[in-house]
Structures are given as C-alpha cells and as structure tokens.
Ligand binder design. Structure first.
Ligand code: NAI
Ligand code: ENO
Length: 368
C-alpha cells in the first residue's frame, strides 16, 4: 500500500510496528515523532522510519494512518490533540495501548469529527523499552486485539489489518470491556503480583542479605515482568483500576482460603490447590505466543548464509551448553532470520547469550 503512516511514540512497540509496516508496504512513507529527541534520532538512524516530523500537527495532517504507541495516559492526551487538527477525511487512527475502555471513550471526539478510530493492542512485547529494542518479528503469531465499534465500517477494519499485515499477528475483535477484563487477568494483575513479590523480597533483604543471592529459578521466572517500564505500568494500572480492584479482592479471598488450609494443616486441600493449578497450566498452549511464553527461548537474529546455524551450535558446544530445541523462524535469501534456541534452564540461556555475544555480533533477545 502507498501512503503516509505517522507513528507517534517511537519506542519498542511503535518502532516494531513501523518496521512491520515498512516491510510489508515498502512504498509507504513512514513518519515518526517522539517527545524524546534521542528516540527520534535513533529511529531515523536505524531506518525504523523514513522521516521525523517537526510536530504532531505536521505529521498528522498528511497521514493516511496514525499509530499512537505511547503510554496509555499519553494516548488519551494525544487523541484530544488530534481531535482539533484538520486531518485527512479518510485517515484511520489506531493505538497500541494495553488498555482499551478509557481510550475508546476518549476517541468519541474523533468520531464526532467524522474520523475513524480503531483501538488496537498487539499482545506481545517484553520488559525492554526504546526504539533500539524494536524488531519486525516481535508480533509474529501473537494475538493482535482490535476494538472496532458496532458502527465502525468493516472496510476501515480491513484496511487497518492490511496496513498491519507485516506483523504476522492473529487479529481478534473484542469489546473494550472484554479486552480490559481479559488482559487484567492474564497481564495487568500478574504485573502487580510480580512487583509485590519483589517488594516482599526487598523487605526481607533488609535483615537477611542472603535473600537476593538465593533468589533464583522460580523467583526469577515469576518476577521477570517486574523489570518493566514503571511509567507504562502506572498508567495501565490507573486505566484498568476497576478490574484490578475486583481481581485484588478475589485474590485476597483466595489467599485467605490458603491461610485456612495451612492453619488446619489440610493436606488434601493443599494438594488439590497445587494439583489443579499444575493441571490447568500444563494444558495451556504455552508454545503459542499470547498464552504463556516459553521462558527459556533465546532469539538470535542471524544473516542467511550457509553454515550459520552450525557455527552458533559450535560455539555453544565449545562451552558445554546444552540446548533442548533449535528452529529457524523466518529466512529469506539475504534477509535476517531468527534462530530460536530453547534451553532447559534460565542459567543455560544466560550462558548461551553471553557466549554468542562474545563470539559474534548477532543480535540476541529473550523475546516475550
Ligand atoms: N512493552 C510491551 O511489551 C507492550 C506495550 N504495549 C503498549 O504500547 C505502548 C508503548 O509501549 P512501549 O513501546 O513498550 O514503551 P516505550 O517506552 O518503549 O515507548 C514509548 C515512547 O513514547 C514516547 N512518548 C511518550 N509520550 C509521548 C508523547 N506525548 N508524544 C510522543 N511520544 C511520546 C516516549 O518518549 C517513548 O519513546 C504503551 O501504551 C504500552 O501499554 C502494548 C503491548 C506490549
Ligand atoms: O514481558 C512480558 O511478558 C509482557 O507482559 C509483555 C507485554 C506487556 C504489555 C502488554 O500489553 C502486552 C505484553
């Protein structure tokens, strides 16, 4: 497709979406804008966007597609700002925010002006931020939730999906309230719990300095997401506060019932509690992005030349690092592909990452 695409917020998500759009639509002009000048410079330098706009206004008025990829409270402010601009009549405005109810409500002013807004949420990412972490394979096979309104034209939804085809994500349409409840359960509430576990360990560390050294394995797995961007999570929590408060109350009741099982030394109830959790989790489609990520996967961006895979496995073998699985996610002649290497433990994955970094200049990441 041809046209001007304006991406506001050139971070992990805005940058990755820009790369996906350019990959699928090389004739489109990608224009970026970020409050942080450094992200603008990097975005242009890394070829994530073709141009940087001087202001929101100058980027927005020429755009056929506007993608807002800033923290969710900023999404609201930007929508207000766009409402007062003379945009193109057929422009499609979307966002990538992790919450939808408040954003879609705010977008009513765009509808009043005759513009089309379709809420969006690519359900993949990581605890990293900034345009340097952006990559075109970030959303591959992930769910991409869209929240069109009943009166949104089907043609506009199709056009948006076409613009976003390069994400290779699986699009699903949901209601904003449904979106916020589901993401509250599987994403927002777990972030609160992860942060709370880290706080608990920190409190203990004030009197027991061994705690941080002992915190390995399970603790690190369950608290990885506590390393995410605090501004982003502050905004998400405030936007989805009602769902979070409901979930917190249910959680408190559940914790109360565990206290009771412990007080009563109720072996059968405790066994059932852990057994049912294991059963449900083991049956989840964990290999699919969007459920629970496979935590010990290492992604290596590799150039497409013969022998590159055995070169990498050779380095790992030299350092006695065992892998459990290896696969190539995408290769086309001369184009970078992603090698996905699975390990049994996080320690093995960390060792492998530093080994590959020492021997090569290939980009590595732990993805979702
Ligand atoms: N990080 C993740 O894994 C995921 C994040 N999201 C959502 O995507 C959005 C962006 O998140 P990330 O890319 O991770 O954050 P990020 O921190 O990497 O990028 C956000 C960028 O927005 C810029 N920004 C903030 N206010 C702005 C404004 N008024 N005008 C222009 N630029 C502004 C910041 O300077 C920053 O560069 C958030 O709404 C987040 O909830 C959605 C899916 C996954
Ligand atoms: O790092 C992780 O596991 C995440 O949870 C990434 C993430 C963050 C926010 C979203 O709205 C969707 C995905």
């Amino acid at each position: 497709m041809k046209g001007h695409v304006f991406v506001i917020g050139l971070g992990l998500i805005g940058g990755s979406l820009a790369l996906c759009i350019k990959k699928e639509h090389p004739e489109a002009t990608l224009v970026g804008y970020d409050l942080n000048e450094k992200q603008c410079k990097l975005g242009k330098m890394l070829g994530v966007v073709d141009e940087i706009a001087d202001s929101i206004e100058s980027g927005a008025v020429h755009a056929d597609l506007i993608v807002i990829a800033t923290p969710v409270k900023e999404v609201e402010r930007l929508i207000e700002l766009l409402c007062d601009l003379p945009l193109k009549e057929k422009v499609i405005i979307t966002d990538a925010g992790s919450t939808k109810t408040e954003i879609v409500k705010k977008a009513a002013c765009l509808k009043e002006k005759g513009y089309t807004f379709i809420g969006g949420h690519p359900m993949a990412g990581s605890h990293k931020s900034g345009v340097t972490a952006a990559k075109p394979i970030l959303f591959e096979n992930a769910f991409y939730l869209l929240t069109p309104e009943p009166d949104t034209k089907q043609e506009a939804v199709e056009t948006l999906q076409l613009w976003l085809k390069g994400t290779k994500a699986k699009f699903l349409k949901v209601l904003p309230s449904e979106h916020d409840y589901l993401t509250g359960v599987i994403s927002h509430f777990p972030h609160v719990i992860a942060a709370s576990l880290v706080h608990q360990a920190e409190k203990t560390s004030q009197t027991q300095n061994l705690v941080t050294r002992l915190a390995a394995g399970g603790f690190r797995d369950i608290t990885r997401i506590a390393s995410s961007n605090p501004t982003m999570w502050r905004d998400i929590s405030l936007h989805n506060k009602n769902v979070l408060l409901t979930l917190l109350n249910e959680w408190k009741e559940e914790m109360e019932s565990i206290s009771q099982m412990l007080i009563e030394e109720n072996e059968e109830a405790l066994y059932q509690y852990f057994y049912q959790a294991k059963k449900f989790r083991d049956e989840m489609p964990i290999k699919e992005k969007g459920a629970i990520p496979a935590f010990y996967d290492l992604f290596v961006d590799i150039p497409d030349y013969p022998g590159v895979v055995s070169e990498i496995t050779g380095y790992l073998a030299q350092e006695n690092i065992s892998l459990t699985n290896i696969r190539i996610r995408e290769t086309r002649e001369g184009i970078y592909g992603a090698l996905v290497i699975s390990f049994q433990t996080e320690e093995d994955r960390e060792k492998a990452e530093s080994c590959i970094k020492r021997f090569t200049n290939f980009e590595t990441s732990i993805g979702l």
